[in-house]
Design a protein around this ligand. Structure first.
Ligand SMILES: Cc1ncc(COP(=O)(O)O)c(C=O)c1O
Length: 431
């Protein structure tokens, strides 16, 4: 079959690619680092006070880590914020905060970074893996199917800036008396029905690592409205916290030092100030692309659970089969549009459950096999690399194109033009 005359020949068939120059992809916040970040970090160094609980003069003001916590509280509308050393440590302290511990099962999606199950295991809980749906986020119906008498909590994860179905998830949680810890590592600044992601469940955990929307180098944040959750998480993130912060009315327990220092606080604070500008641009670009590709054969955009709340950092397309998606992906790459299918058999992407080797193998740091073998665990979770076929099928078919705040309108139009060209061209070849 050949491409009809009125359609441009596809680059994959030797036609002229839509773009020669690479799209401005890559990380977000770190790419915008400028004098403000350098000045803020330098100021902390010059002050020679990096530890956040040192006394400050009036002129020195509030610790930068504390200011960043305040900024997250203001944005999310939560009463309490705890800066941490990373998103994983935020999840660990967050799980302890909400009261998850040894023997509890926690339902997580099969598509999330390995840090999510890892945090569960670190606190002695058992990750139970649920399917995602076409929105690439956890399927609330499958959460229901995975509930057992051991289930204590759910971790919805807003992957690549895409909000989860929070209404349905919260409804399941209410019905079954479960806790919800939001993993917002990849969707800082995102929302759902007008509420900030991270503020809807019992607590929310963010990552401020290099690749995230905004960064503090490494770093994370926990937000919550519940005082006991705050005290417990604070204690786990710093077992001496109650001695530094004498207002804490709480009987402490052992923790680890996941404390944020003021160097990270200073960098994160300037970056956080850039967040709304970054999101405004990524969302505008995504809407511009979506508006041009809604009526195509072969490919369609994946459903988005809350379009205004989506961070806009990726366009995700889907087709009817893995083979078709691979074909579209290769044709788009040939047009100069960097993209990839979300799951490529054989490539061990640690964002997909079947490549979480130590989870699949139940391999623990402890020779006893804790926590799976703990006498406190009364469940019988089993894992297999093909246990969530729907997740693998959806990720096989999902084609994703990254968007950054550096995309211009013309970049957006090139992406849309390439998608149209490929969809129409492949459709013509097939008919
Ligand atoms: C969904 C998700 N959760 C948790 C984390 C862990 O964050 P960090 O790398 O800051 O520990 C990440 C980081 O990539 C992530 O993508």
């Amino acid at each position: 079959m050949s491409t009809p005359k009125d359609l441009e020949p596809l680059a994959i068939d030797g036609g002229r690619p839509v773009r020669i120059e690479s799209l401005p992809i890559g990380p977000h916040g770190i790419a915008d680092v400028a004098e403000e970040e350098i000045a803020a970090v330098t100021k902390v160094l010059r002050r020679r006070k990096i530890f956040r609980y040192l006394d400050r003069t009036e002129e020195e003001g509030l610790s930068e880590a504390a200011q960043l916590e305040k900024a997250f509280c203001e944005f999310t509308g939560c009463r309490y914020g705890i800066g941490t050393t990373g998103g994983t440590t935020a999840l660990i302290a967050g799980l302890v905060g909400i009261g998850v511990g040894v023997g509890d099962e926690v339902i997580i999606p099969g598509y999330t970074y390995i840090a999510t199950p890892s945090a569960c295991l670190v606190v002695g809980a058992i990750p139970v893996i649920a399917e995602i749906d076409e929105s690439l986020t956890i399927d609330p119906q499958d959460i229901r199917r995975k509930i057992t008498p051991q289930t204590k909590a759910i971790i919805p994860v807003d992957m690549i800036g895409l909000p989860c179905k929070m209404d349905e998830i919260m409804a399941v949680a209410r019905e079954h008396d479960l806790l919800v810890l939001e993993d917002v590592a990849q969707a800082c600044g995102g929302g759902y029905k007008g509420r900030a992601l991270g503020s809807i469940g019992n607590a929310g955990c963010f990552s401020l690592q290099h690749y995230k929307l905004v960064t503090s180098g490494e770093g994370g944040m926990i937000v919550t409205n519940d005082q006991q959750t705050y005290y417990r998480a604070a204690c786990r993130h710093d077992s001496a916290m109650c001695f530094w912060d004498t207002r804490m009315d709480f009987k402490p327990f052992a923790g680890e030092n996941f404390r944020m220092c003021d160097l990270r606080g200073a960098l994160g604070l300037v970056q956080f100030g850039r967040l709304q500008g970054i999101l405004a641009q990524t969302r505008k670009v995504k809407q511009r692309i979506l508006a041009q590709i809604r009526d195509l054969p072969i490919v369609r955009p994946c459903p988005i659970n809350d379009e205004p709340g989506d961070c806009g950092i990726s366009i995700v397309l889907t087709t009817g089969s893995a083979e078709r998606s691979l074909e579209v992906s290769q044709a788009l790459n040939a047009e100069g549009i960097a993209n990839g299918t979300k799951h490529n058999a054989g490539f061990p992407d640690r964002h997909i459950y079947c490549y979480w080797d130590y989870v699949m193998d139940k391999h623990s740091h402890d020779p006893s096999g804790w926590p799976w073998t703990s006498p406190l665990y009364e469940g019988s979770v089993e894992y297999a690399r093909d246990m969530c076929p729907r997740t693998l099928d959806i990720l096989d078919r999902a084609i994703s194109i990254g968007i950054t705040q550096r995309f211009t309108e013309s970049d957006a139009d090139d992406v849309a033009r390439a998608i149209r060209k490929v969809a129409l061209g492949l459709n013509a070849k097939a008919s």
